[in-house]
Design a protein around this ligand. Structure first.
Ligand code: ADP
Length: 531
């Protein structure tokens, strides 16, 4: 027989991995009962896998010993199923609720263990079918299978009953456990029961046996998995431990004392570096966790702030509108004439209120944008009408500054635009308002034209302009640049930010150009007709 058959490699590997996994769970699980039962299961699994393997190695020469070994393998099987039940109950933390079920599980688990281990009623004898080992079953084989089925049922019943009521965290843990469980059951039913008993296929038994490892792997993951972060630590530890064990095995296989010497040094050096590696991974992960926590805190704070601004500005809007309305009516003598000396204070108050309304509006818009709460009320509208309207509203302001204020429209009417007219009006209004505000002399020109499926709105002025490298800053919130700050000391730096967002919500673009400070500027809006 060649030394390294697939089976031999697998058995060796499973043994090694089981030790590593056992260590990991021992180290990382905070739950004492779960830890204990898991280690017990790992031990049972090793007994199962190894003692099912030995008879096949020595069976022909020592048939009695082979039968003895095989019985050990069979005896631990019901014990494994029983401890699986306990693990489930521990994971669910429902020991009290299923007290009676636990008693039955213990009874049938121990009974079937006794029957397989100490009598010939389940496993009667072994014989060889060619190179493979076949088992002669005793008369209690069917009751044995029934008891195993009961153990399986007793495990699945509470598991599924509690799963649906479990917390999110427990659910995500149980998920991995369930995956392992089903892989294990399936492999067992197919390769350990169906194949040998029904189809007389005996050489694939090991798939069923070794699926215990799959189950343990998934379970270990479920137990030690706290957050995704820790997986990295655990994987590193796993790898380091695995290499260490392999090095140790290699050490014991040394033939000369020189080999012992340098392999020993290799082993210890690796231990030191492995330890160092694990520690550094842990450190890195802790740091990242801290950063993540700090970031989450800041984010929450930022959201709270935005929410606060949103609520306050919303509350301010109502009374402000009222004040502005009454002031307007008084100024326009709707309540009759007022003394001449009140004219200035009233006008100043009205203008201040108007500015305040704009600031509050901007803040409200800003908070809505940041909270993602902007909703567009779309309908078809004529863009020229909106621009005309803005032009008329701002004409007195431009005239007061003695600016040449012009509007240029195409001869034929433009197609209607589908969008939120109020938001688009606000965006264009901001640009024209800025152009007038930041131009001391010269002109402000608005033009509209159609360009393959888009409308292009240009607002050009001969005002203060800006440096090309300032362009990016213009559209940042609360950002004000150059001389703009001096000219309008009360601006908030929100207008362009909001305008850009509104246009982008319509799948359009807003950008600015200027040859330099003092040389005027042009703002562009490109809007699709069907935004
Ligand atoms: P605000 O006008 O309240 O300061 P905006 O977001 O509307 O806020 O504008 C941001 C900055 O962009 C202004 O402070 C100004 O420096 C600059 N800016 C805006 N429009 C123009 C323009 N037409 N010409 C030159 N600079 C402008």
């Amino acid at each position: 027989m060649p030394f390294f058959t697939l089976n031999q490699i697998l058995v060796l590997l499973i043994n090694l991995l089981a030790i590593v996994i056992g260590f990991l769970v021992l180290k990382h699980s905070p739950h004492k009962k779960i830890k204990t039962i898991f280690l017990f299961m790992t031990l049972l699994m090793l007994f199962w896998v190894d003692f099912a393997y030995f008879p096949r190695l020595i069976g022909k020469e020592f048939p009695f010993l082979a039968l003895f070994f095989l019985k050990i393998a069979w005896l631990v099987t019901p014990l494994f199923f029983t401890s699986l039940y306990f693990l489930t109950i521990f994971l669910l933390e429902k020991e009290r609720k299923y007290k009676n079920l636990t008693k039955s599980v213990l009874f049938f688990g121990l009974l079937s263990t006794f029957l397989t281990g100490l009598t010939n009623l389940v496993v009667a004898d072994i014989k060889f079918a060619g190179p493979y080992l076949a088992i002669e079953y005793g008369p209690a084989m069917l009751p044995f299978l029934a008891m195993i089925s009961f153990l399986i049922f007793a495990t699945l019943f509470p598991l599924f009953r509690e799963y649906f009521q479990a917390s999110r965290i427990l659910k995500s843990k149980l998920k991995y456990f369930i995956i392992g469980l089903f892989g294990f059951y399936l492999a067992n039913v197919i390769f350990n029961i169906l194949f040998p008993l029904v189809f007389k296929i005996v050489h694939l038994y090991w798939i069923g046996d070794y699926s215990t490892f799959f189950l343990l792997g998934c379970t270990a993951y479920a137990i030690v998995r706290k957050e995704l972060f820790e997986v990295k630590v655990i994987l590193t530890e796993f790898l380091v431990a695995l290499i260490a064990i392999l090095l140790l095995v290699d050490f014991f296989l040394s033939k000369t004392s020189f080999e012992y010497f340098w392999k020993g040094i290799l082993f210890f050096t690796f231990l030191i570096f492995g330890n160092f590696l694990i520690k550094s991974v842990i450190r890195e992960i802790k740091l990242r966790k801290k950063l993540e926590e700090a970031y989450q805190k800041l984010k929450k704070l930022d959201e709270a702030k935005t929410e606060f601004v949103s609520i306050t500005s919303h509350q301010l809007r109502g009374p402000l509108g009222l004040i502005k309305g009454y002031l307007w009516m008084i100024l326009n003598q709707k309540y009759g004439p007022f003394p001449e000396k009140l004219s200035r204070p009233l006008k100043n108050t009205f203008e201040a209120t108007q500015r305040l309304v704009k600031v509050v509006n901007d803040l409200l818009n800003l908070s809505r944008i940041e909270l993602g709460k902007i909703s567009l009320e779309k309908r078809y509208f004529q863009i020229e009408k909106i621009v005309d309207n803005i032009y008329k509203e701002l004409l007195p302001v431009a005239q007061k500054k003695k600016l040449e204020f012009k509007i240029e429209k195409p001869k034929r009417p433009l197609p209607k635009i589908l969008g939120d007219p109020l938001k688009i009006r606000e965006a264009i209004f901001n640009l024209v308002d800025n152009a007038i505000k930041y131009t001391q002399e010269g002109f402000v020109k608005i033009s509209l034209e159609e360009k393959n499926g888009f409308v292009l709105i240009k607002i050009a002025d001969s005002g203060i302009g800006f440096d090309p490298q300032e362009i990016k800053d213009l559209f940042e919130k609360f950002r004000r640049v150059g001389r703009g700050k001096l000219i309008d000391t009360q601006g908030t730096g929100l207008g362009l930010y909001i305008a850009k967002k509104f246009i982008e919500l319509h799948k359009g673009r807003l950008w600015a150009e200027s040859p330099g400070r003092g040389k005027g500027s042009t703002f562009y809006i490109k809007l699709p007709f069907n935004g």
